[in-house]
Design a protein around this ligand. Sequence first.
Ligand SMILES: Nc1ncnc2c1ncn2[C@@H]1O[C@H](COP(=O)(O)OP(=O)(O)OP(=O)(O)O)[C@@H](O)[C@H]1O
Ligand SMILES: [Mg+2]
Length: 772
Amino acid sequence: MARGSATKFIRLCSSQSFLFTPTSYYPSKYSHPYLSSCYISRFYSDFDPPKSHLFRPRHLIDLPFCHNYSELGCLLQKQPFSSSGGNDESKSDSDLGDCVVKNEPFSSAGGNDESNCDLDVGGDVELEGTGETSEGFENVANRDPVEIYKELKDALKGYKQTREEWDTLTEIFNCFSRSGWASNQALAVYIGSAFFPTAVHKFRGFFLKRCQGDVVKHLVSLGPGNEAERFLFPIFVEYCLEEFSGEIKRFKGMIEYADLTKPHTWFPFARAMRRKIIYHCGPTNSGKTYNALQKFMEANTGIYCSPLRLLAMEVFDKVNAAGVYCSLLTGQEKKKVPFSNHIACTVEMASTEQLYEVAVIDEIQMMADSHRGYAWTRAFLGLKADEIHLCGDPSVLNIVRKICSQTGDELVEQRYERFKKLVVEAKTLLGDLRNVRSGDCVVAFSRREIFEVKLAIEKYTKHRCCVIYGALPPETRRMQANLFNDQDNEYDILVASDAVGMGLNLNIRRVVFYTLSKYNGDKIVPVAASQVKQIAGRAGRRGSRYPDGLTTTLHLDDLDYLISCLQKPFDVVTKVGLFPFFEQVELFAGQLPKITFPKLLEKFSESCRMDGSYFLCNHTGIKKVANMLERVQGISLEDRFNFCFAPVNIRDPKAMYHLLRYASAFAKNLPVGIAMGMPKCSARNDSELLDLETKHQVLSMYLWLSNHFNEETFPYVKKAQDMATDIADLLGESLLNASWKPESRNAGKSKPQQEKKEGYERQRSIIISKEK
Ligand SMILES: Nc1ncnc2c1ncn2[C@@H]1O[C@H](COP(=O)(O)OP(=O)(O)OP(=O)(O)O)[C@@H](O)[C@H]1O
Ligand SMILES: [Mg+2]
């Protein structure tokens, strides 16, 4: 084959989508037979454009996700790639190399001794002081690479190179080993980028020992760079296919089992249905959930998928009160109502096995949530229901349209407007919490601030405060919400975190932002506009005492930011979350039998491929638990995987300790005890309050584990439930009397405030201002 043809081949391959296509979760159905070495060999030797259909099976032509090697390389390397489109056959060769893979330089490929060798070719290559005549080597450019490879293989001895030729060849191979282009192209034959430098090193030893004079001279005439790389590459491929079949097979397996492309094919039964999707699309407080729930209750069978336990409980109560028998299922709680055909559950618990007439997936925009998004994506793709009602803001509308076109489901869009416009109060609270009024909800973004605000309001005004924040059990949040909603008591102010932003129906007249910045785990940043909208939208609910909603800030300085957030159109989400099922991780583990579970997760996230509409959900917490559980031996891979999803606050050492203890007992097949004392009275200070919060979280974890494993191993469910209820009550009592300064859960560790200089300026509490 002419060298021109070889280059053309590479360019053509690079412009098409066939080499890496999904095997999907059902490998037998979609496996691609065309990547076998015989195809590759044949391709290099017989390339002829009309035959190219051989390498681009018809049923795979339209696959959208990976248009060229560079993109593929980027996907595998988690690097951004140019969006210039993949099917541009006119791309120049140098374009193909645009996406430079961060390969370790040849001389320093970390961790693999074999590749740490700039000049050592491991053989006895002879150097000759005088060169041969260079006549005839120009023909080499037109030779078939397969033929050259065969010649190399059969050669007993190579040509004796001059010192200059040796130096040039060394430089050429060094360039080749560092070439992002070559490394990307090598992925097409399943030479992973980590293995690429080793493969090149071995190839160099082989090549230099056996290479004939004409080839050496030709290569030297090309010099280090693109041309030499393109000449060498097909020969390199032939060599790899023969020499590294084991490595190739292993890498191919890894890639195939970490294939998260086309997730809609993971649910063949849902795909066999023609579902009707109704997207209730609108801002907060516009009746989306209300209307979807009407359909849910009218149906013979239904499932409601909630973003929060609290909301699932609320729907469970509401629906049963309306005379429709409905069961409840959350990670921690199962309430089976006899004769019920309806179920309210948290989205993670939704069954994709059961058939329903109507399903409701609330807060569908959460598909884009970096941590939990996969649960919404799974429910949307996998629920077997004739009608699926999605409720949410418009941010994921485009992607829902796209997914529906892939699944073949019918999509109906139903638009909503807020019942009453939200009004911004320009006056603000003028920096003084004494300006709060009955029906206000003051929003702060840390537990510490929440208690500071409560303390200040109760000290300097006649109002009493209820509090709602994430670490409180749903039961306690609900008690606090009821206390606030109830007009017949003195608790007329709510102080809450962003936990108030979703679902709860509260009688809020005005949402006051104490601050518009929050600690994101790294530094203090402005609160995202979408979240500001969501929280502000809590003010003024239809049917409540305050149908007209108001919102404002504590400080005048923050007002502009609040207004700009409310005016901003909803973001358009382009990617939604995904996470593999255990079965996918298990298949992947089969390729790497000897590595630890945290390492396996890491390898999976490095190797997995997704098409452009999806991202892999953040699993730092899961990895942290996995690391801790490494100390526990004797747990199966599946149980280990499930343990990692247990709801535990990874920043709370006490909770982590209990999880470790539960896992250790589980591994020994012993009945897992709660082993936690019950507090006698409500909290008298903040550390006792923190202790109650932790205790409730640990019990909640115990209940979760008992639901996800068998109840024989976790036999103290009833006791845990009773204790959890008592602690939720104690928490409620404690909050009514809480009038102490808050402490930090990680008192010894660096606090977010210390990072003030770098981030957005945090508001000072009224107490601090006064003391100053
Ligand atoms: N047609 C209706 N008749 C009576 N009450 C209604 C009606 N529509 C909505 N509501 C009430 O208005 C309030 C807000 O409705 P809903 O919870 O459905 O809003 P939403 O758009 O889902 O808001 P969010 O985005 O905050 O969840 C609820 O208390 C609900 O019961
Ligand atoms: Mg709603």
